[in-house]
Design a protein around this ligand. Structure first.
Ligand SMILES: Cc1ncc(COP(=O)(O)O)c(C=O)c1O
Length: 379
């Protein structure tokens, strides 16, 4: 059986976890957490990065910092993971879904302006598959209408928009280090921002509503409860795991990119014959080989293909069921404009196995299986 995902593992994780234990500091904000944050700051040119327990929690921090409240509206694509919406729904917001661009599966920036109302508080672009949204248009609209831009960059580690790292362009950026992502710490994420004015409040929200971060920096002599907050900081054990991977990020990323390119070249003839549609990378985007997806002719063929893969020992998957069609999406959101692409394109999409260390012969088998499917179907 060829797995769909295997969490990345580089071999130095245990060594660093042991070091964290020997440091006798395994709670949050230990030495490894600091190392990881510094790495992210310097590699992605971002002033502040706070490690979190997940990207979901980084999104929740965004909603709290943005002071999203009952009746506010937040604009986002419906084609995304539940957390993108849930973080704002928890604060009482109504979600306004806009359609996607079929070629990238990202929200169509040309539809945002029309969805803005007096109640809109934020725009949440999701960089699907580590391929950037059209950020200039989005940040221009936000500036003109005094809205926040909160990037869901769960899949955007080491991916770029016009040379700028995803997650560092809007007001806030949220990364994921879940085990399905390019780099992992089991469960985890990061909350990124450039503007110093958010720092104190972000730290308070992350540290249970206290000013403990200031206390640890020696800026105050005792810490206390100063505002609302939660506990969004990960254990240093998880950060130690992530540190091992950050140190070898290039190796992981190069390996994924090789696999991505191999699929892309090998499947081109199927695309040229019109059987499948391959991912498209706009000229402004540098992607990170987070996923390799293809689109079948329609949902029926996609489902047959999923079954065929399973019968031949390959775990391919589909996602997402558009949020506006889900029970909670209907309760907490509305679709603005027409759903031309969201439902149609998502129902055709299928993801192929892609992970660090995927063997070339396994990849060849996946490709060959895909070719046999089309030969059997159309001969
Ligand atoms: C687009 C998107 N947003 C948010 C998340 C949530 O990330 P996490 O599992 O780190 O909470 C995911 C996870 O897959 C995602 O794909």
């Amino acid at each position: 059986m060829i797995d769909f995902n295997v969490p990345p593992y580089v071999g130095t994780e245990e060594k660093y976890i042991k070091e964290a234990i020997q440091n006798q500091k395994i709670c949050g904000d230990g030495a490894f957490t600091h190392r990881c944050s510094e790495w992210i700051n310097s590699h992605f040119h971002v002033n502040y990065s706070l490690l979190t327990t997940s990207c979901t929690h980084a999104l929740e921090m965004s909603a709290l910092l943005a002071q999203v409240k009952e009746g506010d509206e937040v604009i986002m694509p419906s084609y995304t993971f539940v957390s993108t919406a849930d973080a704002f729904v928890q604060r009482g917001a109504n979600i306004v879904f806009v359609d996607i661009r079929p070629e990238t599966m990202n929200l169509d920036e040309r539809l945002i302006e029309d969805a803005v109302t007096a109640r809109t508080r934020a725009i949440v672009p999701v960089h699907y598959a580590g391929v950037s949204c059209e950020m200039d248009t989005i940040t221009d609209i936000a500036k003109a209408r005094n809205l926040l831009v909160i990037e869901d960059a769960a899949q955007g580690f080491d991916a770029y928009y016009k040379g700028r790292s995803l997650g560092t362009i809007g007001d806030f950026g949220c990364l994921s280090f879940h085990e399905t992502k390019n780099l992992t710490m089991g469960e985890g994420g990061a909350f990124l921002f450039q503007d110093e004015r958010w720092r104190e409040q972000a730290e308070i929200i992350r540290e249970k509503g206290t000013n403990r971060s200031k206390f640890f920096r020696g800026q105050i002599d005792k810490y206390t409860w100063v505002d609302y907050g939660s506990s969004y900081l990960p254990s240093d054990l998880n950060a130690a795991y992530l540190w091992a991977q950050l140190e070898q990020a290039d190796k992981i990323q190069n390996n994924r990119m090789e696999s991505w390119n191999f699929y892309h070249e090998a499947l081109r003839p199927l695309a040229e014959k019109g059987y499948i549609v391959q991912p498209y990378i706009p000229p402004y985007a540098e992607h990170n080989a987070h996923m390799y997806y293809l689109k079948a002719e329609n949902e029926t063929v996609r489902n047959r293909l999923l079954t065929y893969f399973k019968e031949h020992g390959v775990l391919a998957v589909f996602h997402y069921i558009p949020l506006h069609n889900a029970p909670a999406g209907q309760r907490f959101g509305r679709f603005h404009g027409e759903d031309v692409y969201t439902t149609r394109e998502s129902s055709r999409l299928l993801r192929l196995p892609l992970y660090y260390g995927l063997k070339r012969e396994d990849q060849e088998y996946v490709i060959q299986t895909l070719y046999s499917f089309y030969q059997e179907s159309w001969s």
